[in-house]
Design a protein around this ligand. Structure first.
Ligand SMILES: [Cu+2]
Length: 131
């Protein structure tokens, strides 16, 4: 019984170590390339192609952003940015100011109110899982 217990402990430790390695790896790889571009992903509350255009345009004007691309089905915004010019926190704020949620941070209410009705996450058409 004791052996089985320590086996599980070892398995869990190994798994944890692998997960933390996987998370650190991209940043370490980017560091080696000098004045590198880093890639950051933000989960947004975008719902359609209009949201995509709006968010990508807003991020394109942000300082330090090289490229921004939103995947509408997953609502994930992938941003390539210069870490010496901006930060993930600033990028999240830019998304909030455009009227969308950024990860666990809620959209700026005034910007959200300015969105067309079809782009609001509270619109009933976006409530069903099929959308
Ligand atoms: Cu939209």
């Amino acid at each position: 019984m004791k052996i089985l217990k320590s086996f599980w402990l070892a398995a869990v430790l190994l798994l944890t170590a692998q997960v933390s390695f996987a998370q650190k790896a991209p940043a370490a790889a980017a560091k080696g390339k000098g004045p590198a571009t880093e890639v950051f992903q933000i989960k947004t509350s975008a719902v359609c192609d209009m949201c995509k255009t709006r968010l990508e345009k807003a991020l394109a004007y942000e300082k330090g952003v090289q490229q921004a691309q939103l995947d509408v089905p997953s609502k994930v915004l992938t941003v390539s940015y210069r870490p010496d010019k901006t930060s993930p926190a600033a990028l999240r704020t830019a998304v909030q100011r455009t009227g969308y949620d950024a990860d666990d941070q809620v959209a700026e209410i005034r910007a959200y109110d300015r969105l067309p009705d079809c782009c609001k996450k509270t619109n009933s058409v976006h409530q069903d899982a099929a959308h």
